[in-house]
Ligand binder design. Structure first.
Ligand code: SF4
Length: 472
């Protein structure tokens, strides 16, 4: 791969216009400021004395909270958390988190799909780790291995920390892969995939990068022939002030320079308390006509994104125990997000991360919570589907029944119907179905292993992909 990326004239003209300003996120990094009373005085009560004692006891043991997932929060998010138990649970370390450390260090065997460091190539889409942190850290993060800089086992058995994507490597890979696809009539000669046409900037949170770094990625990807760029971010919850005029000026200039490239923002709000303003009694504030008021900075950021009709703005979030396992809360979230001009994309079942039993709700409960939440929503408000990320690919939990299916042994307590949406390696399995007998306690696929009734999707025959099959 080339050692250095040389921008084209068009790219340089765009990059020359980018302005950066310094952002003061007022981040509290780590537990130490709370344990050593070094955090700002008004924030110290975020952890009770009892919690501090329990967390201190776990320090440097096998159950050290921060070796699993580092603690981090912004002043903005702290202010929201002060008035909201669910928001506290998103960022506040809990000694119970490490009671049961069952789970996978690399959920989904992500590294199996990494042709160059920091890039995962799945479907006709690439996902890049462009940074290994966020402005605050969710306790249930399914990228804990990246954020906590853990060593992950690769397909060849070696162990190493996940590296970040670099522009020359990624651009080199895209160009080479797509040239081979084109020369071979639209399919890659080895792996049979179509053109790599869409890239998701992920991490960590790309929005912690400054405008110049984001612009460098956007310009390089556009020049490499990428048709659609997605940005996956929770920054609008953690620090909405990041969506400032300099950022939008950069985006507008990018669009002016590369109008053919699609741009999509995938936001991440779990709970309406992340977007709606509350009064001192903890009630949502309404205007004279009964419209709920957004947190001013969040509302401004959201309006600025949705006002640009050439981008799409979507929300996706997991359903997590004690945070948003509440149909009323996510009904309000979906309604408000759509009212502001966004689309509700997915709700996820929690993945099988290390310690997932502390965070995940059973699969059937998650489906039921989403289904209940959508009673009372209009058709346009209820687009979100329940997804579970099987190692084979993204899968929809399409239905859970309560009644037996006549003549089908094993369905006495009802069934769960799952539908494969995408297969990580290729597309032909899309739409294939898997039906299992119900297990209301199931949190992951292995809890259904003894009750598979029908599996054309092959979810229960999964074996780790072979290294050579994935390389283009
Ligand atoms: S914002 Fe996303 S990547 Fe960052 S800590 Fe939360 S879940 Fe993890």
């Amino acid at each position: 791969m080339p050692a250095k990326h040389i921008p084209t004239q068009r790219e340089s003209a765009f990059l020359d216009t980018v302005e950066d300003i310094r952002h003061e996120r007022e981040i509290i990094n780590g537990l130490a400021p709370f344990l050593n009373e070094k955090a700002p005085e008004d924030m110290l009560s975020f952890y009770t004395e009892d919690e501090v004692v329990k967390l201190r006891v776990l320090k440097d043991t096998e159950r050290d909270i921060e070796s699993r997932m580092p603690v981090k929060l912004t002043r903005h998010y702290y202010e929201l958390a002060r008035r909201s138990k669910p928001i506290q649970r998103i960022v506040k370390a809990d000694p119970e988190e490490t009671n049961d450390m069952t789970g996978s260090e690399d959920p989904g065997n992500q590294m199996d799909y990494s042709p160059v460091e920091g890039l995962l190539h799945k479907y006709e889409m690439g996902l890049m780790y462009v940074v290994s942190t966020c402005s605050a850290h969710c306790r249930f993060c399914y990228r804990e291995e990246l954020i906590a800089r853990k060593e992950i086992e690769r397909q060849d058995g070696t162990k190493a920390k996940k590296g970040l994507a670099k522009i020359p490597d990624v651009v080199g890979y895209i160009k080479e892969f797509n040239a081979q696809v084109e020369a071979n009539g639209g399919r890659h000669p080895v792996c049979g995939r179509e053109k790599l046409r869409e890239i998701l900037l992920s991490g960590g949170d790309p929005m912690v990068l400054n405008n110049a770094k984001l612009a460098a990625w956007f310009g390089a990807l556009a020049e490499a022939g990428i048709e659609s760029i997605r940005v996956g971010t929770k920054e609008m919850a953690f620090y909405p002030q990041r969506f400032d005029d300099t950022f939008f000026a950069m985006l507008d200039k990018f669009h002016e320079t590369y109008p053919e490239v699609g741009m999509h923002f995938m936001l991440h709000f779990e709970h309406p308390d992340e977007i709606l303003a509350k009064d001192d009694d903890g009630n949502y504030i309404q205007d004279g006509k009964g419209f709920l008021q957004w947190v001013p900075e969040t509302g401004k950021a959201m309006r600025s994104l949705t006002a640009r009709g050439w981008m799409s703005v979507e929300n996706q979030a997991p359903i997590i125990k004690g945070i948003n396992d509440d149909p009323d809360a996510i009904r309000m979230l979906q309604r408000e997000f759509k009212r502001a001009g966004g689309e509700n994309h997915y709700f996820f079942c929690g993945r099988d991360i290390v310690a997932y039993k502390s965070f995940n709700v059973p699969i059937e409960s998650a489906w039921n919570i989403l289904n209940e939440s959508q009673k009372g929503l209009s058709g346009v408000e209820s687009h979100a589907r329940m997804s579970i990320t099987h190692y084979k690919g993204k899968t929809e939990v399409a239905a859970v029944t309560n009644e037996p299916i006549p003549g089908l042994p094993g369905s006495e307590n009802g069934v769960v119907i799952m539908k494969l949406l995408r297969n990580s390696h290729s597309a032909p399995d899309r739409g294939k179905v898997c039906i299992v007998g119900r297990n209301p306690n199931a949190m992951w696929f292995d809890d259904y292993e003894d009750r598979v009734l029908y599996d054309e999707a092959g979810l229960f025959e999964y074996t780790r992909v072979k290294k050579d099959a994935e390389k283009g």
